[in-house]
Ligand binder design. Structure first.
Ligand code: M6R
Length: 366
């Protein structure tokens, strides 16, 4: 049932080129020029008059939500807030009737997320669910939504569900932006084109496995890790750190790169591995200065860059190259090496990768 892989997690990492195809199937027209989610099409008026979107989720799904915030604000010009379901539900939040609440949950059974949905329902807001498990409690409790269609995810560490959630959020942002005419036709075409390239770009990234396995050997005994990213890659840094901590039990923190100088940079010395995402995007130059700040304090930097970048190679200790893609889609590609790094480190440490201690696949207690 693991399809020849030693763990479900590795199988699920490798499934991603296929699960992205399943996720976009039927939502992009055969010519590849248009995308629409039926949940958006059937409730156009709600999205057109939305005053605000509130995204509620937990864990990895919350990280996907942060990427959704960036996408929806940039492309649809609707204000977005992202909330931990467990905080949202206990603080009597302001929810207006023309707000849309988007909830993300792989299992569709997370107790705090379900309670947040019920709270939002009572306020009269329109609720849109992005779930994986068909017919799950959260899917049933929402007014509309989209399944991510990535198939069962067995490993406790979420991998293919995360990239599926981000893919649905990209399609949702594109659908709404087109309705609102808030996106240029050029950007719409580029993003849609690049989205359809993602499965083959992921195939290329999966070929880095041996290289990442070697890198993992160097860092297996590290006690701490820092993950840095900015813009679209900031939530990816959070997710990379969560993957490492939950399956290897190494303490890891994700930070927006520029926040380091407001405190955490005090942690940097030659014993501190720092994974820095420095891909070709609108904040590249800024990220480079943050990497220089880390190197000046002798931190060990593993940089993830866009292929062909020689400048960063001269500056850092290790480099992982990923293919070039539109900035807004980078999270889909850059997440894979981070999943693989966490996986190999955890395997080296003999951890129970698919069933890490103290964790459950669906957190049905609050
Ligand atoms: O099923 P859900 O997406 O609602 O689960 C939310 C979190 O419990 C989940 O993403 C958790 O953080 C994962 N173990 C992370 O890999």
């Amino acid at each position: 049932e693991k399809g020849g892989f030693p763990h479900f997690m590795l199988k699920e990492i490798y499934e991603q080129p296929r699960t992205i195809i399943d996720c976009i199937r039927g939502r992009i027209n055969p010519e590849g020029t248009d995308v629409i989610l039926s949940g958006v099409r059937d409730h156009q008026d709600k999205f057109l008059k939305a005053g605000r979107i509130i995204i509620v989720a937990c864990g990895t799904s919350w990280h996907a939500g942060l990427i959704g915030e960036h996408l929806i604000e940039e492309l649809c010009r609707i204000p977005v807030e992202v909330e931990y379901a467990s905080e949202f539900r206990y603080r009597n939040p302001v929810i207006r009737p023309n707000d849309i609440v988007i909830t993300l949950s792989q299992s569709g059974e997370t107790a705090d997320t379900l309670a947040a949905v019920e709270l939002a329902r009572n306020s009269g807001a329109f609720i849109y669910g992005i779930c994986n498990v068909i017919g799950s409690s959260i899917a049933r409790a929402t007014d509309s939504g989209s399944y991510i269609h990535v198939g069962p995810e067995i490993g406790v560490a979420s991998t293919k569900a995360f990239t599926g959630q981000v893919t649905v959020l990209i399609m949702l942002a594109l659908s709404v932006a087109k309705l609102k005419k808030s996106i240029s036709p050029e950007l719409y075409t580029t993003m849609l084109h690049d989205l359809q390239q993602i499965p083959q770009l992921m195939e290329r990234v999966l070929k880095l496995d041996t290289e990442i396995c070697d890198l993992a050997k160097i860092f297996t005994y590290a006690h701490n890790f820092i993950y840095l990213g900015r813009g679209y890659n900031y939530p990816v840094a959070l997710e990379g750190a969560l993957k490492l901590k939950e399956i290897s039990y190494i303490h890891a923190e994700g930070y927006p790169a520029a926040e380091m100088k407001h405190g955490p940079i005090a942690l940097i010395d030659s014993e501190m591995p720092v994974v820095a995402i420095a891909t070709a995007d609108s904040v590249y130059e800024k990220t480079i200065s943050n990497i220089q700040e880390i190197k000046a304090r002798r931190g060990k930097v593993i940089a993830i860059v866009t292929e062909g970048n020689e400048d960063v190679r001269k500056m850092v200790d290790y480099v992982i190259e990923i293919p070039r893609v539109d900035e807004r889609l980078i999270p889909l590609v850059v997440s894979l090496p981070l999943q693989m790094l966490a996986y190999h480190i955890a395997v080296n440490k003999n951890r129970d990768v698919d069933r890490p201690r103290n964790l459950a696949k669906s957190v049905t207690v609050e």
